[in-house]
Ligand binder design. Structure first.
Ligand code: C2E
Ligand code: MG
Ligand code: MG
Length: 597
């Protein structure tokens, strides 16, 4: 605008059109500068309004001072209206348009009444230039406006696409698992409800398979989360391939998957699919150049037999999965009502453990370890029992695993160590010289808690010499963070404490750790002893374990000896020590004293 008015000003000077016009132009330019300053300071609305009205005044003054309605500046009003449409709001546009119309009428009246005589100025090129300037400004403004509109429209279109895209993305996040692309729980519920609806109409069944990987945590912990993620993706695609078209595979989170089998007429079909899944999952996989073999446990609940609500069936399938896992993993189990009872008992134990610790409801039983050659009792294994306030005696197999998973084993284990050391010292004080005590340790105690400090505390508070303490660990401990466990064991051995490898033969039975850890005793698991006389394989295994242990300088203890024949076989095989009901069941302290006497 400034440039335009500048040119018009120069044009006016060259063609000596009118002196007053030049002054109006100068005023207008100053005014525009002021508006520019305002806009620069962020006052764009005020600037726009001032700009429009200044232009209006400029054109009107030009009309009044020059040729009235015949002045070419009259076309300028059209340009101003275009600016008003672009910059101002509706109110200002209408006021301006009306004011302009009134200005025309006023100029007409003035002309008509002859108050001012607006005679047409004779032709001059200045008029052509004025017209051209106005023409250029108006067309430039119209073009800018159209451009702005086009730009606004395309931005809107892009924005619209973006909104649609993000809505799609949101739907995906809300309904599908990001890692595997499988539907999540929300879709699972929906598909399940549809399946139930069908099955109610055609009398078929719906099966819910709850699937959990057996060793996912180990993969994640040992090989890293990236390998874990790839494993889950591979499992997801194997699962999809193992089920029928129309069945739904969902990921519930972590390593848990849910499969909905629709229109089942024969329960055997479910078993077939479960076997197919187990087979597919256990095929070896190569992930990031690691060869992995995994397996899963599956629990199955069926509608309408076990219920027809999603949550109810999911819970029951979960329970069955938990049982399948406890039954040795890599298998499947159908839900039955006994599982519910077991689960309730499990929950009961879970809820009562805290109180049991606070109220000191635990006690130790002692089972003697016998020198098989001499029949002498030189030590005992401390075995925990839980006596509830209603006088029930709960066995360790029913609560140790729960205590481990909840972390309560730290406190329970600490109590066992203190109590066992105290009691052992007591046995010694009562005349059992050189008597030692064996205490079972959980792997959780090695991973969490300050085990070494607790052991030192238990020994010093009881006054028991470290050489009379034996600690029993199971094979599972030795495959978890080997480095750290190895160091802890070595430090404890340096103090004089002896170590036994417990339940040997049931776990990983890796020979390498036997070499790595300098154990003192190896306890053959009682299943081998139990079957040693009936099953030639178990007999051979027992003999082989004893030979191998001797070569590694380990003293062998046979667990669970129940008969004279078993004892004789073990003595003949070279086993030095034995434990079992044949000699004595685990006994409370008083009875243990009687036994020794
Ligand atoms: P374990 O350390 O292998 O203990 C031997 C188990 O075999 C004991 O079961 C014992 O009662 C049983 N047993 C001994 N002789 C015979 C026999 O002739 N026949 C049969 N059928 N069984 C026999 P218990 O006391 O029920 O303990 C089970 C497991 O619980 C123990 O196995 C041990 O792993 C764990 N446990 C016991 N006390 C503690 C503890 O204080 N801390 C920890 N972390 N675990 C414990
Ligand atoms: Mg033991
Ligand atoms: Mg054992």
């Amino acid at each position: 605008m400034l440039v335009t008015i500048g040119i018009a000003f120069v044009n006016n000077l060259i063609h000596q059109q009118s002196d007053i016009t030049s002054k109006i132009f100068v005023l207008a330019m100053l005014d525009l500068l002021a508006i520019y300053w305002l806009v620069e300071r962020g006052q764009s609305l005020l600037g726009s309004i001032l700009f429009l009205w200044s232009l209006y005044l400029l054109v009107t003054l030009l009309l009044i001072t020059n040729d009235g309605l015949r002045d070419p500046a009259a076309i300028g009003y059209t340009g101003i209206l275009i600016f008003a449409a672009m910059l101002g709001d509706k109110k200002h546009f209408i006021i301006l348009a009306v004011t302009m119309a009134l200005s025309f009428i006023a100029l007409g009246i003035v002309n008509d009444f002859g108050w001012v005589d607006y005679s047409a100025t004779p032709f001059g090129w200045g008029i052509v230039i004025d017209l051209l300037i106005i023409y250029i400004v108006v067309s430039y403004s119209a073009w800018t406006l159209a451009n702005d509109l086009r730009f606004a429209l395309s931005s809107l279109e892009i924005e619209n696409l973006r909104v649609k895209e993000s809505r799609r993305e949101y739907q995906k996040i809300a309904h599908f698992d990001q890692l595997t692309g499988l539907p999540n729980r929300i879709i699972a519920v929906d598909r399940f409800n549809q399946a139930i609806f069908h099955c109610q109409r055609n009398g078929s069944k719906v099966a819910l398979l709850f699937l959990d990987l057996d060793n996912f945590k180990t993969v994640n912990d040992s090989l890293g989360h990236s390998v874990g993620d790839h494993l889950l993706q591979a499992i997801a695609s194997r699962l999809e391939k193992s089920v029928r078209e129309g069945d739904t595979v969902c990921r519930l989170g972590g390593d848990e998957f849910l499969i909905i089998l629709d229109s089942i007429t024969n329960e055997q079909d479910i078993s077939c699919i479960a076997i197919q899944i187990l087979t597919a999952i256990s095929e070896p996989l190569i992930i990031d150049s690691n060869q992995l073999t995994t397996s899963c446990s599956i629990g199955v609940a069926i509608a309408p037999k076990n219920g027809d609500g999603f949550d109810e069936l999911r819970k029951k399938a979960d329970m069955a999965m938990y049982k399948a896992k406890n039954a040795g993993k890599n298998g499947f189990l159908f839900y039955d009502d006994d599982m519910n009872k077991d689960m309730l008992a499990h929950i009961d134990i879970l809820n009562s453990l805290r109180d049991a610790i606070d109220n000191r409801e635990f006690l130790l039983y002692y089972q003697p370890k016998i020198d098989l050659k001499t029949g002498k009792i030189s030590s005992a294994e401390a075995l925990i029992r839980w006596r509830t306030p209603d006088k029930r005696l709960i066995m360790p197999n029913d609560f140790i695993a729960i205590a481990e998973s909840t972390g309560f084993i730290i406190e329970i284990g600490e109590w066992v160590l203190y109590e066992a050391c105290r009691q052992c010292k007591e046995f010694q004080n009562q005349g059992l010289d050189e008597f030692s005590i064996a205490v079972n340790l959980s792997s959780v105690q090695f991973r969490r808690g300050n085990l070494e400090q607790i052991i030192v505390g238990a020994l010093s508070s009881s006054g028991l010499d470290a050489k009379y303490l034996e600690l029993e660990v199971t094979e599972s401990l030795l495959v978890e963070d080997v480095e750290d466990v190895c160091q802890q064991i070595q430090r404890l051995q340096l103090m004089g404490i002896r170590f036994s490898i417990d339940d040997f033969g049931t776990g990983y039975s890796s020979m390498s750790y036997l070499k790595e850890f300098n154990f003192d005793y190896l306890k053959i698991d009682r299943v081998f002893i139990k079957n040693s006389l009936d099953n030639p394989n178990d007999m051979a295994l027992c003999e082989a374990i004893i030979v191998m242990a001797h070569k590694l300088n380990l003293i062998v203890v046979a667990e669970g000896i129940e008969t004279q024949l078993q004892k004789d076989f073990l003595v003949a095989a070279g086993c030095q020590y034995g434990q079992g009901n044949y000699f004595s069941k685990p006994l409370p302290v008083k009875k243990f004293y009687q036994l020794i006497e």
